[in-house]
Design a protein around this ligand. Structure first.
Ligand code: SF4
Ligand code: SF4
Length: 717
């Protein structure tokens, strides 16, 4: 087969392959999203009397738990599947499913793993460390700030105060951070809907009112400084609100006196002394201060005119039925404090005035804007009247100068980055050094020993530091996981929890365009490095090497695309099978868990390394699906950056014979799909003693004719 024909066949083959990948991706995209599937009977098997499981709720996917011990007390907790409320994809692209039991007081009763597809917990470490991890939630409270230790497997800095730090899992810290996000997000959804907690964790700790100096202010000054909000509605305003409903025209007085006052609302934050002491007299203010539990916010809410906050049936100490407090789109508990008080500031005659409190656990942040929503009701008709409700909203934002704002806790993914900054700095420096070497390889190849030392040293760093220590082995699972996650609408956020892998992925994607797949495969893949070190050992032990005929090697190298197609296809159509098939990659065995696995996996990984003793980088060249995927990505490369002269291949074959990857074609062109960027050919090229054509040109005093480096458009050879 001549090279032109072979090129056409390869291009067609690759195009077909890519089309096939897209078809499979389509399957993934239309795949139904996952959901919980437990029944009430499944829950009852787990929670025995005195607990009882109620019917699954209609408004949120949760089962209420009641107790024989508190028959009148309502639910003592809720049980739910996390996948229904917080389907956050893991690294394999599928969300965890956890059964969470949350007490009515916000304490976790239990967290159980129902389903998980995380590669490290399927094989590798096995499921036990994950089961142990979730046990730590029992008796922790959702009102606490729960995060995962940045240090592998141990709690650093402990918790303390309102902070709880769970022990991470060595070699799986990123995965358990996603578990923690899942537990918290699902539980907060239930807490908001059923327990009256708001998600203070997303905004940080609530603002704390400053002590502040007192200054006597009248109503106008309180209003002008934004301490007190006053909003007025006339009869005509309210009539307009009911226009087009059954309530239109139902209020005769409104029709008769449209310009007269219907209601004037007053809202003020009492905890701030400059507001509280101006609105209440000294004795009432002191009593209120003494009464307020820590973290509780108190508001003075009053009305003037025809509308009252409560009617004659109102029970003091309960939430006023005509008022809802909203913050960040969430309803927040607000109830009458049932306190008598005297006012300081003179006001017109009021219809109703209450001091309302919001308990600390309700999650109200007094430093953030909020809305007081008042419900106005009209009835039309005497018998079976038609009732219409309308809401008017009074926004309130106490001035920020009244508060201290505690620092916000960083999000879980940022904690992951902070915890790994030394590793990121070291690996980042190594990547910068590698970039310099590949940009200007001359200084490293000018002495063969220098290249050998640098390359061997870098490969040892890749294997030991990036691979075994920092757990930075990229894998085909990350590609199939990303496709699945995007297809299911889960996005790629899970990558944020694994900063080392993300750094390597970004660097690999950038270098695919600049230098091709060889930057990762030749320098940054821990298992690739291990194979290369094994090959060095074989050379030192003088183990005979079998160098296949190039045609056979080229043919066999196609098999890695088949493996890739099989994996991507099964990930889309048969996910359970894909979880087994990915074990074709020995990365988990050799790198993630450092050969501590069951014997079939050990046999496979060690067998591949033994094969590598006789056939140079056997796994990389003939099996690796990740290498195949990167080769396809490497088609984006825009330069033929390895130096070539016209005499390469015509007639000189020296580099071709030296390249152990068979990455140089007979005509001297580099086959970048196969090139691992070992720089051996650059070393020959730069050494006039080994590159005979350059020596000849030099002797004749002629300039060496260099081959064009920029690729012709459309050619990604
Ligand atoms: S071919 Fe596979 S194992 Fe080899 S270096 Fe590339 S990714 Fe690593
Ligand atoms: S010797 Fe082969 S693998 Fe190494 S850089 Fe040259 S072409 Fe690439």
């Amino acid at each position: 087969m001549n090279s032109t024909w072979s090129g056409i066949v390869t291009a067609k083959w690759v195009a077909l392959f890519i089309a096939w990948m897209f078809v499979l991706t389509g399957f993934v995209v239309v795949a139904p999203s996952v959901a919980g599937d437990l029944t009430k009977a499944d829950i009852e098997r787990r929670f025995k009397p005195p607990l009882h499981v109620g019917e699954k709720l209609k408004d949120i996917a949760a089962w209420p738990l009641t107790s024989e011990l508190t028959p009148q007390g309502g639910p003592v907790g809720y049980v739910f599947e996390s996948i229904d409320l917080a389907p956050i994809p893991g690294f394999e692209g599928t969300p965890f499913n956890l059964l969470i039991a949350l007490g009515a007081d916000g304490k976790f009763i239990d967290v159980e793993v129902l389903r998980q597809h995380e590669p490290v917990f399927l094989g590798g470490l096995g499921p036990v460390p994950l089961l142990e991890f979730v046990k730590q939630y029992a008796n922790k409270s959702l009102k606490q700030e729960i995060s995962v230790s940045s240090v592998y497997g141990s709690t650093r800095g402990g918790g303390g105060g309102n902070r709880v730090v769970l022990d991470g899992v060595a070699k799986a810290t990123a995965s358990v951070r996603i578990v923690n996000q899942t537990v918290l997000a699902a539980s907060l959804a239930v807490a908001r809907a059923k327990l009256g907690f708001a998600d203070s964790g997303s905004r940080g700790p609530p603002a704390v009112p400053k002590a502040g100096a007192f200054e006597a202010l009248d109503l106008a000054a309180l209003e002008q400084r934004g301490y007190l909000q006053r909003v007025r509605f006339t009869n005509a305003d309210i009539e307009k609100l009911f226009a087009g409903t059954d309530g239109a025209g139902a209020d005769e007085e409104a029709l008769l006196k449209p310009d007269e006052l219907f209601v004037e609302f007053y809202v003020a934050y009492l905890n701030a002394p400059i507001i509280g002491r101006n609105l209440l007299d000294v004795s009432s203010w002191n009593k209120l201060k003494a009464y307020l539990p820590e973290g509780q916010s108190a508001y003075w809410v009053a009305t003037r005119g025809r509308f009252g906050l409560v009617d004659e049936n109102f029970v003091p100490g309960t939430p006023p039925p005509r008022l809802v407090l909203m913050q960040s789109g969430l309803p927040i508990e607000l109830r009458d404090s049932n306190r008598d008080y005297a006012r300081t500031v003179p006001l017109p005659e009021l219809k109703t005035a209450l001091i309302l409190g919001s308990p600390a656990q309700a999650g109200l942040d007094p430093g953030q804007p909020m809305e007081f929503q008042f419900t106005i009701t009209r009835a039309k008709g005497m018998i079976l009247p038609s009732i219409t409700h309308k809401t008017v909203t009074v926004g309130y934002a106490a001035p920020t100068a009244l508060f201290d704002f505690p620092p916000r806790p960083p999000p879980e993914w940022l904690l992951a980055w902070q915890g790994r900054w030394p590793d990121l700095a070291i690996i980042g420096t190594a990547l910068a050094l590698l970039t310099l070497v590949l940009l200007r390889p001359q200084w490293i190849v000018m002495r063969p020993r220098r290249l050998l030392l640098f390359r061997t040293g870098f490969l040892i760093f890749t294997l030991v530091y990036i691979g075994w220590y920092a757990q930075g082995q990229l894998s085909i699972v990350q590609i199939t996981g990303a496709i699945k996650s995007v297809g299911a609408g889960g996005g790629l956020k899970s990558f944020l929890y694994d900063p080392i892998s993300l750094l390597l992925i970004v660097f690999t994607l950038l270098t695919l365009v600049v230098w091709g797949r060889g930057t990762f495969c030749g320098w940054l893949c821990p298992f690739g490095a291990l194979q290369e070190l094994v090959a060095l050992l074989a050379r030192a032990l003088r183990i005979p090497q079998w160098r296949m005929p190039v045609t056979l090697a080229t043919l066999l190298s196609r098999s890695r695309y088949m493996v890739l197609a099989l994996l991507v296809g099964s990930a889309a159509i048969m996910p359970a099978a894909a979880e087994k098939l990915v074990e074709v990659e020995p990365f988990k065995t050799a790198i993630t868990v450092g050969f501590q696995r069951e014997w079939p996996f050990l046999l496979w990984a060690v067998g591949l390394l033994v094969a590598g003793l006789f056939v140079y980088k056997f796994f990389c060249r003939f099996i690796c699906p990740l290498g195949a995927a990167l080769t396809l990505g490497g088609k984006l490369r825009r330069w033929n950056w390895l130096p070539r002269i016209e005499a390469c291949g015509k007639p000189c074959q020296k580099c071709r014979h030296a390249c152990e990857y068979d990455a140089i074609a007979r005509d001297g062109a580099i086959r970048y799909d196969e090139c691992f960027q070992c720089l051996d050919c650059v070393e020959i090229y730069e050494d006039p003693g080994r590159c005979a054509p350059k020596l000849l040109y030099a002797r004749k005093g002629r300039t060496v004719p260099i081959r064009e480096l920029r690729l012709p458009s459309g050619n990604s050879r």
